[in-house]
Design a protein. Sequence first.
Length: 471
Amino acid sequence: MGSVNSRATSVCILGGGPGGYEAALVAAHLGASVTLVERDGLGGAAVLTDCVPSKALISTADYLSEFETAHDLGVHLTDHEGDEVTKAEAELAEVNARVLALAEAQSTDIGTRLREVGVRVVDGWGRLASATQVEVTLADGGQELIGADIILLATGATPRVMDSARPDGERILTWQQIYGLERLPEHLVVVGSGVTGAELAQAYLGLGAQVTLVSSRDHVLPGEDPDAARVIEEVFTRRGMTVLSRSRMAAVERTETGVVVALEDGRRVEASHALLAVGSVPLTSGIGLEECGVALTASGHIAVDRVSRTSVRGVYAAGDCTGVLPLASVAAAQGRTAMAHALGDAVSPLPLHYVSANIFTDPEIATVGVSQKDIDSGKVRADVISLPLSRNPRAKMMGIADGFVKLFAHRGSGLVLGGVVVAPRASELIFPVTLAVQHRLNVDQVASTFTVYPSLTGSIAEAARRLHVTD
């Protein structure tokens, strides 16, 4: 496809994460001259220190959990002397080396693809000099001023830290620092029970560490479907995790042999390591936004509309620096949308109500569309059905005891409005529900679609059948 403009439009992108590199690919495809500025490595935090490495770590922990299930399925592992093996151990240094190698390989692949389509990649740190110029401090110490017709800001976010709990990279860690550990923590305290905290707490529990999860709320995963969160918390405790609910961290201190996590109620938790998972802050300061008139929200995120425009003409933004939804898939969609709009291609506003999301606990939690909260509050009129996976024949064969499929359908028309799947690989199972939501299918259309027998997707069709409107 050629350029949608009569001349090559110049595009400069700050940040090489999903929002940045996906935007660069689209812009190059549309005929623009593209320069991408990145200082920490292509793929950004999502590839190098967040999504890719954390999910690879979780996959290793999930593999170890298969040893527990094997016994229930009648499979007994023995060593060379015929004795039963009851426990598998993870060598964390090897695990982390593999995790980081996977992340680096993905980063390299992204770089290869960008260069194949003619994107110029600049190793350095960029800031806005004006609405049409980017000032770059190069990694080698030099300076470069890049002129551009269109600028995209995709600078991402960084872990939130507090003065009372300063990471040292050895015993007190952020989620970006955990891959430097050479040995499995004897006792890890995870502060924060949101998505990142819950995922990594279970990962280290699965790898064999003693884990204490500090949650300031009544339950883990307070922003998620309450039934799903309840299942995950039950799994956590059954597998040996200590969950301290309604417990707020006051400080984390380094000791000679480990750490002490002080809680606001006076309790003190001694451990070998602490992992801080208390949110993130956008990387928007010091890059010339205020000077150029780019509006920020009260939280410091870049304010954007549904096609990723900022308050300054010709300047767009995508990803975690915007605070729209902290998902790599959303960042990528924002970047693609921004370039399509800027370069005159066909574009639709970002459809946030169709976004599917996943939490990579074990079992996983996948969601799309309206939520249980929307229905309970009266915001949405919908019928709800929830089917436990323990009744699914394929789940029985696989030894799956935890999880469910929940569907929400509009009361009256039967349109599928959303759903929740709690299951192994729920990230794969949510796709048919997302198709139904996005393409406005009703429950009868979903129910009449063939599924393989036996399969976990059979529970999705069964849930739809139970939502059939008879009057």
